[in-house]
Design a protein around this ligand. Structure first.
Ligand SMILES: [Zn+2]
Length: 234
């Protein structure tokens, strides 16, 4: 029997007692486990997609959406995600180049939407570069949009700008982005390998149970971590 310590902090809540963060996972038959985390950060919203693609390589993507127009841009973004409607959110406009955040429903796979930061340059050689992108089933984007709309009214206009980085670590069992408020701090000492920083769903065995029910590809290293946790908790 393994030794394990479980600490479950409660999700932070805003003034009206509404949660100010949300997390969802989709199990996709081709793309595997896909996570989205939406949370209040300073006066804006932080969307973390893990895994995501940055310059063509897998990574996790923290996307900070500042609220500098009395929530209008965020509300439009949330409504588009919820409705599964294509949407473009302007990020920056410089002479000759433009960076936008685009939500593209059923872009590369049917039923899968892409959120991408796209840079376009004008002129005859104008090219379109996908700097960062994340693909998720449309249902997961819809849930993220719904929760974004729930969090937006709780953004305080007086909250400090959050331009820095909110620290998060990928959970070793599923690559979910684990923030301090959502961490389980689970330590397992008896298994063949120490496991630190698991998310709550991996720590309580939910991830492994879901994976056994769904036929989705899993990274062998993640699978080894989940099996270690299961053995330690048995
Ligand atoms: Zn996990």
């Amino acid at each position: 029997m393994g030794r394990h310590k479980l600490h479950k902090p409660r999700a932070p809540r805003g003034e009206g007692g509404q949660p100010t963060e949300w997390f969802g996972t989709a199990f996709h038959s081709v793309l595997g486990m896909l996570h989205l985390d939406v949370r209040r950060s300073g006066n804006g919203i932080l969307i973390t997609s893990s895994p995501a693609e940055i310059d063509g390589a897998p990574a996790s993507w923290q996307l900070r959406l500042r609220n500098d127009d009395s929530s209008q841009g965020l509300t439009e973004m949330g409504a588009a995600l919820k409705a599964g409607r294509g949407h473009v959110y302007s990020v920056s406009d410089e002479p000759g180049a433009k960076t936008v955040l685009a939500f593209l429903p059923s872009h590369r796979h049917e039923g899968v939407g892409t959120l991408a930061r796209v840079r376009t340059s004008e002129g005859p050689d104008g090219d379109v570069v996908f700097e960062r992108s994340a693909e998720r089933p449309m249902g997961l984007w819809a849930e993220a949009g719904e929760n974004l709309l729930r969090i937006v009214p709780q953004l305080g206009p007086d909250a400090p700008l959050a331009d820095g980085v909110d620290d998060c670590m990928p959970c070793p069992g599923c690559y979910r982005p684990v923030y301090e408020s959502s961490s389980s701090h689970t330590l397992i000492g008896a298994g063949p390998m120490p496991v630190i920083g698991l998310c709550r769903l991996c720590a309580d065995g939910s991830t492994l149970r879901s994976l056994r029910q769904a036929d989705v590809p899993v990274d062998p290293q993640q699978h080894a971590v989940l099996e270690t946790v299961a053995a330690a908790m048995a």
